[in-house]
Design a protein around this ligand. Structure first.
Ligand code: A2P
Length: 342
């Protein structure tokens, strides 16, 4: 059978990738509805050789919709998703709005697929940085248990949307031309204080919490525990925006519950679904953001023992933040639901 699918945030960095993936995966679509704000009303997007006109997203937009993929920010999701779920559609939401809601499954299909079928109309896509990290940790969690994680991220500007991509490009030109740098978006679109991203590294992604961590860092802490269904995992994160357009990189230190054999760890990662190991120091081979851009997998390299703790290891985890970190994970969830409906 075929499905009526809506993409909310169709003009956005993630929404555009959702549309692209629905086409590329040949998702069984009867009708595709593309929704965004009133600003985008009437714009046209090609899909499978036809033009689809973008409409303004309203509570009435979702009659007859089977799947609604949301990536239009938390406010839009909070406002619209409950209507959509009520009308019988399944919402797959890429925003932060419902991730920690106990009635909303938070799903990475390779990690906790069983959660998908507990949904009550809304399924949440985890944060991009969390998704790629738990993909690399899943086989280690299953075989050894995880005591603690210390992660530092090197995150692409596309995670902050299309305007942030433009901002990096414009600032880079301005710096090279010796012009004054204009700052409008980063680090956080909704906050008045701005920082230069070109030729810089910004240790702030999303707003600060009272504990001194940023919301992005706390997303990694909270979501990791929820996805593994294990609140005993200790997590500490530092999230940094760097001048890369596509692909988040992460330095992950993980303390396992037992001693381990490094060769076995590498074999486990190699056989994990959706994970690709690129790790050959002698050939200077390791994952790079520019190589991961446009790919669906999570790439892992620099896998090495910690020098002091017998149960700990370090690795470098890279993935396209718009794909496995967002659009692909969402489309994958929809594909899982369809597979089980057959
Ligand atoms: P629009 O282009 O009409 O503003 P990005 O993450 O790249 O910044 O994209 C954000 C996406 O969310 C865009 O598609 C944007 O549409 C959409 N969006 C923002 N605000 C709303 C809203 N109030 N209702 C529906 N879509 C929205």
């Amino acid at each position: 059978s075929k499905y009526n699918v809506a993409v909310v945030g169709a003009t956005g960095a993630v929404g555009q990738q959702m549309i692209h993936l629905l086409e590329k995966r040949n998702f069984p679509i009867d009708r595709l509805k593309l929704l965004a704000s009133s600003r985008s009303k009437g714009k046209v997007v090609p899909f499978k050789g036809h033009d689809v006109v973008i409409e303004e997203a309203t509570p009435e937009s979702f009659d007859d919709i089977d799947f609604a993929l949301f990536s239009a920010g938390g406010k839009t999701s909070k406002y619209l998703a409950p209507y959509v779920a009520q009308s019988g559609a399944i919402v797959i939401d890429n925003s932060n709005a419902f991730r920690m809601d106990p009635n909303v499954p938070l799903v990475v299909p390779e990690v906790n697929p069983e959660e998908i079928f507990k949904h009550q109309g809304i399924i949440a896509n985890p944060n991009c940085s969390t998704i790629q990290m738990v993909m690399a940790l899943k086989p280690l969690y299953d075989h050894f248990g995880i005591e603690r994680i210390i992660v530092s991220t090197y995150q692409a500007v596309s995670g902050a949307g299309n305007q942030a991509i433009q901002e990096l490009k414009q600032q880079s030109k301005q710096v090279l031309n010796g012009e004054e740098v204009s700052k409008a978006i980063l680090p956080v679109g909704s906050l008045p204080i701005k920082k230069q991203i070109a030729f810089n590294a910004i240790p702030q992604i999303d707003v600060f919490e009272e504990n001194g961590f940023t919301l992005e860092e706390m997303k990694m802490v909270r979501e990791t525990k929820k996805i593994f269904g294990d609140s005993s995992i200790k997590v500490t994160a530092t999230c940094v925006r760097i001048p890369v357009v596509y692909g988040h990189s992460e330095s992950v230190y993980v303390e396992l519950k037992q001693s381990y054999d490094l060769k076995q760890v590498i074999e486990l990662l190699k056989s994990a679904s959706g994970v690709v190991v690129i790790d050959d120091p002698l050939q200077q081979e390791y994952p790079l953001a520019i190589d991961a851009a446009g790919k669906l997998e999570v790439f892992v390299g620099r896998i090495r023992r910690d020098l002091d703790h017998p149960n700990a290891l370090n690795m470098w985890v890279v993935s396209d933040n718009l794909l496995k970190g967002a659009a692909w994970n969402a489309v994958q969830i929809a594909e899982e639901i369809i597979k089980n409906a057959k």
